[in-house]
Design a protein around this ligand. Structure first.
Ligand SMILES: Nc1ncnc2c1ncn2[C@@H]1O[C@H](COP(=O)(O)OP(=O)(O)O)[C@@H](O)[C@H]1O
Ligand SMILES: [Mg+2]
Length: 238
């Protein structure tokens, strides 16, 4: 793993209208690593990811992707630069089949990246491969969650933001999701995911940041987080 920084946020203030939610948030995602943004419900995880994507506009601070400023770009431009985003609420096309959902999201590949195809994605998420002709609207929440991730990958991003990928999944599906994300990391994808589930994050993340009341309270490796019971007890639901 090189230590090249793909995505860097510094000193971000952000929020909705007059309500400020993030205070001076700083984060870094390096090439090939998985970073978990941990925090309780309402801590500011989704707002952070939306601000990185440009869906919510930062009021202060800087965001760079591959060294270029993106904090004034619209979300579709950020996406085209190679940053994929999977929102908390699953957004599959209910009337389209699994295959069709994937095909509509296909984008040209990037230099040095092996293009994603439905077949490769089905190796990653075997569950999806068993329901190619099923319509999005007839899938469970967990299956839709996997399809949303798979669809984002069809755009061949270099890094992805995943908002609570394990949320609301049945235990057996959580395991499949963890395996899928670990495999994405092996493929060289850089991943920033938000999580409340420390066990899930521990299984796949290299580093963690903890957010509480819109402020980053801790940044470190998963091992450092584990060694720090005080931080864990104070900021994470157990
Ligand atoms: N669209 C919105 N308008 C106003 N406040 C919001 C909106 N979305 C979220 N918030 C508030 O921002 C805070 C952080 O929410 P969020 O980023 O969704 O937290 P998390 O993802 O960690 O659960 C919460 O207090 C929430 O009520
Ligand atoms: Mg959230």
């Amino acid at each position: 793993m090189t230590s090249e920084t793909l995505l860097r946020a510094s000193d971000l203030d952000s929020g909705y209208g007059r309500a400020q939610i993030l205070y001076g948030v700083g984060l870094e995602l390096r090439r090939g690593e998985v970073v978990a943004l941990l925090g309780r419900n309402g801590a500011g995880k989704s707002t952070t990811l939306k601000t990185l994507m440009g869906l919510v506009r930062a009021k202060r601070g800087q965001i760079t992707l591959f060294g270029e400023r993106i904090d004034t770009l619209p979300p579709y431009r950020v996406c085209r630069m190679g940053l994929g985003y999977v929102p908390e609420e699953r957004r599959v096309f209910a009337g389209l089949t699994v295959m069709e959902n994937l095909e509509v999201a296909r984008r040209p590949s990037r230099d040095g990246i092996r293009s994603w195809t439905p077949e490769r994605l089905f190796e990653l998420f075997p569950n999806l491969g068993r329901m190619r002709e099923r319509r999005g609207g007839e899938m469970s929440g967990g299956e839709q969650q996997m399809l949303t991730i798979a669809r984002t990958l069809m755009g061949n991003p270099l890094a992805v933001l995943l908002d609570e990928p394990s949320e609301g999944l049945a235990p057996v599906i959580v395991d499949e999701m963890a395996k899928g994300i670990a495999e994405l990391k092996r493929e060289g994808l850089s991943i920033l995911l938000s999580e409340q589930n420390l066990r899930f994050a521990t299984a796949i993340a290299d580093r963690a940041a903890i957010i509480e009341s819109g402020v980053i309270r801790f940044t470190g490796t998963m091992a450092e987080l584990f060694a720090n019971t005080e931080v864990r007890d104070r900021y994470l639901a157990v």
